[in-house]
Design a protein around this ligand. Sequence first.
Ligand SMILES: Cc1cc2nc3c(=O)[nH]c(=O)nc-3n(C[C@H](O)[C@H](O)[C@H](O)COP(=O)(O)OP(=O)(O)OC[C@H]3O[C@@H](n4cnc5c(N)ncnc54)[C@H](O)[C@@H]3O)c2cc1C
Length: 494
Amino acid sequence: MALRCGRWWRRPAWSRTRPPPARSPLSFCRLFSTQELTPQICVVGSGPAGFYTAQHLLKHHPRARVDIYEKQLVPFGLVRFGVAPDHPEVKNVINTFTQTARSDRCAFWGNVVVGRDVSVPELREAYHAVVLSYGAEDHQALEIPGEELSGVFSARAFVGWYNGLPENQELAPDLSCDTAVILGQGNVALDVARILLTPPEHLEKTDITEAALGALRQSRVKTVWIVGRRGPLQVAFTIKELREMIQLPGTQSILDPADFLGLQDRIKEAPRPRRRLTELLLRTATEKPGVEGAACQAVASRSWGLRFFRSPQQVLPSPDGQRAAGIRLAVTRLEGAGEATKAVTTGDTEDLPCGLVLSSIGYKSRPIDPSLPFDLTLGVIPNMEGRVVDIPGLYCSGWVKQGPTGVIATTMNDSFLTGQALLQDLQAGLLPSGPRPGYAAIEALLSGRGVRPVSFSDWEKLDAEEVSRGRGAGKPREKLVDPQEMLRLLGSGA
Ligand SMILES: Cc1cc2nc3c(=O)[nH]c(=O)nc-3n(C[C@H](O)[C@H](O)[C@H](O)COP(=O)(O)OP(=O)(O)OC[C@H]3O[C@@H](n4cnc5c(N)ncnc54)[C@H](O)[C@@H]3O)c2cc1C
């Protein structure tokens, strides 16, 4: 069986073995309900990709069991540790994930690092299928001199700091400088700029950590530059996030009208979202504010701006050589057309004084297990519609499958497709046919290795504790950030 699957799983074989796709979820249910097998499936990672894949499997197979393994003590991935605290509505997806986790055919096992505490081959042995949904945790390095100076951080670590990610709690960014520079012009860059410039009292009722809020109260950062290699037509943020920046209380926008010359005509043919976004940028840059707007600007004590056609070349050190004191930007111009437009340096440079440099130029997945194929160039697991190439019974979904772009809704659709591919393979007899032990086998391994998994009901205790700690301050929760304390609260020795 293994041999046959191994041959069938190779790339060209997919087109031959793939069952017809047009089967409705309903007919899946009917089909599976006549079979005896209880498919044991495991998912690695409890972010949106993991939970949406699990949701699809449980919904469309009446007996499938899904165990979700997570390396953090708590579930929900970037919904908890990425999404900005002042965007609570985005976090409502947690309610759906909680419903999934409460299903008696689903289990959550936090505090288990796959690739360290348990290997992927061990999981494959214990389950009929394994879905890798472990996201893209690494950030792209700038690879420029001075990157190691104090005051230079990845935006991802900065986000983890204010969102309570345990490993980022020691970040302690020094916010005593006047100017911060963010490299990259995507939504994460705008999230970070917004958090830096929002009057702290507006964040008091969010789930931002108390420590981060305290530091933001002391912050002297007044100006944030958001720097992009390319031009206004290539920004990667979306209109909602841009509008929030434009309307940020006590803050004015600095956009140079010269950057937008001739754009009005060029965007006529652009897709609607790009056109609307560019029109908003254009209006903000060129229109005189009304009476109300002018009054707001007059009292604004903070500002943010977009700098285009600039590529980071070097972080400039302070006189003692310890801290970042500025950034040298190479001036660029565009070559090529459309989405493929590339920025090339012109030879000119510009120095921008700043005490904080946050790089937000993208993320990368990492290989977590030597047995896995991994595309180091694209930073994803090579796959065909979620089926990991050459490895029967192994699937992937979310950012580790598609690359680190796209919002939760994109991840949801993509994860449903992976779930569907898996169920199709199950139906086509491409997964191991006999029973599999599932968690029972992994539990024995973990206990032998001294790992104490955190169940979903454990998480619900931590959740209740967080909610209760936030109550006094009127916050939705005060996040627990110390894993030892969390384990103590669960009654297990640290
Ligand atoms: C800063 C930031 C803000 C964002 N804001 C928004 C927003 O406002 N709205 C929106 O729609 N989208 C937003 N997104 C995008 C959204 O978060 C992603 O689309 C989505 O989280 C991707 O889901 P995922 O499950 O693939 O990855 P993740 O959410 O990263 O989940 C991966 C999970 O796998 C776990 N894991 C990693 N390695 C292992 C291992 N070895 N063993 C076990 N578990 C492991 C991780 O701890 C994590 O819980 C934001 C992204 C970022 C980075």
